[in-house]
Write a protein that binds this ligand. Structure first.
Ligand SMILES: Cc1ncc(COP(=O)(O)O)c(C=O)c1O
Length: 288
């Protein structure tokens, strides 16, 4: 079964789905998106993703999207029709299609597109044991990184640079501080064993996996400190790791080709890995 889409009220193969060239998503990246994992046919953190989608739409003054119940029904149908057990749901909402004009055209309806594709999250389990490499790059994004907009060009360029360097992720640095990754949140462990990550602000996306991880860490009485940390601190840290919907937790064992700590995943990442994956299984009944 190929990847499946929902567009203009129809369910169809992704290759047959289309939006207008006048869509403001295409013209201006005037839209918000979400990526939601499903395992065993069940969505992970559905309510949190929907909350973030609504928050982004409100910030962009995009009005008139179908109600949560309708979105949930479309998403459920899409996954069901795809017959994928494990995969990713992509939701994109743009301001709609209209005559090209920077200001909002009157009377247009938002465009809603959803797609599902197969994604085997099992591949992250061996990576949890080996860790991944990252490179640091200047954070060249705008001042509203808390919004998950489709305007991703700085991340696109940074991720490509990471790929060319043989790295999994690009770690963004702004004013000497690590903000987040190209498509992940970033954490270090300090010398006292505390988990340190950039606080929620306009400089980072409030990651759903971040929220889950910090909640689990606090429940387990681990120390969490939400403060900016410098690239130098990151280089000297015993452990670094990242989180995202597609990588619930992965240790970073090399940064700019230099080893982090011993160069192997450390005990805090391992402990968090056990907690995070237990939560994934609890929510979805996944047994992979
Ligand atoms: C810039 C950025 N930060 C963090 C994340 C992680 O967010 P989440 O855990 O909600 O997937 C993403 C996800 O795509 C992202 O694009």
């Amino acid at each position: 079964m190929p990847a499946l889409a929902y567009a203009h009220g129809r369910y169809l193969p992704v290759s047959d789905a289309a939006v207008s060239v006048e869509d403001r998503g295409f013209q201006f990246a005037d839209g918000i998106y979400e990526v939601i994992a499903f395992l065993n046919g069940r969505f992970l953190d559905w309510d949190k993703h929907l909350w973030r989608l609504r928050r982004g739409l409100a910030a962009l003054h995009i009005e008139g999207l179908a109600a949560d119940r309708a979105l949930s029904a479309i998403a459920g149908r899409l996954v069901h029709r795809s017959r994928f057990a494990d995969g990713l749901l992509y939701i994109q909402v743009t301001r709609g299609a209209g005559k090209r004009d920077h200001g909002f055209p009157a009377g247009i309806e938002p465009t809603l597109v959803m797609t599902v594709r197969r994604f085997d999250i099992r591949q992250r389990l061996p990576q949890l044991d080996t860790g991944v490499a990252a490179i640091s790059l200047p954070d060249q994004r705008w001042d509203r990184c808390d919004l998950k907009t489709t305007g991703l060009l700085p991340a696109v360029l940074a991720k490509q640079e990471a790929r060319l360097a043989g790295a999994f992720e690009a770690v963004f640095v702004k004013d000497g501080h690590v903000t987040e990754g190209g498509s992940t949140n970033i954490y270090m462990v300090d010398s006292a064993g505390a988990i340190v990550t950039h606080p929620i602000s306009a400089r980072i996306l409030p990651g759903i996996a971040r929220d889950t991880l910090l909640g689990l860490a606090r429940e387990a009485q681990m120390t969490v400190v939400e403060r900016p940390f410098t690239l130098e601190e990151a280089r000297a840290a015993p452990e670094l790791f990242l989180t995202s919907t597609t990588a619930p937790i992965l240790p970073i064992v090399r940064l700019d080709s230099a080893p982090i700590g011993s160069g192997s995943p450390g005990p805090i990442s391992a402990r968090l890995g056990a907690l995070v994956w237990a939560e994934v299984r609890r929510q979805t009944g996944w047994s992979g």
